[in-house]
Design a protein around this ligand. Sequence first.
Ligand code: SF4
Ligand code: F3S
Length: 108
Amino acid sequence: MAYVVAEPCVRCKYTDCVDVCPVDCFHEGPNFLVIDPKACIDCSLCVDECPAGAIFAIEHLPDKYEKYITLNIELSQSWPLIHSKIDPLEDADDWVDVEDKFHELRLS
Ligand code: SF4
Ligand code: F3S
């Protein structure tokens, strides 16, 4: 696995990442996206597109986000694919700079 969506995406879901991805990597949950590591071709295009700075190459993933590696693997198996950009969550701009919002992550 090379690229991981981490905590800054929670409650934002801007989805700019989806439009630049050349393959079907992104899966959508209620207030978070994940990358399917089996589909990702490590192109890195999504990293600079995310307004929240939520996407990291695994070797650059901050230690505090380590649990997101497993979350991307597991949730990409059950959440549906998203193929194109949609509107961000209504209060995304209020949440983008909030730290420690793991407890806000909705699984269903
Ligand atoms: Fe898609 Fe490339 Fe990002 Fe992987 S690194 S999720 S292939 S845009
Ligand atoms: Fe999330 Fe950033 Fe994509 S906020 S939906 S990883 S553009």
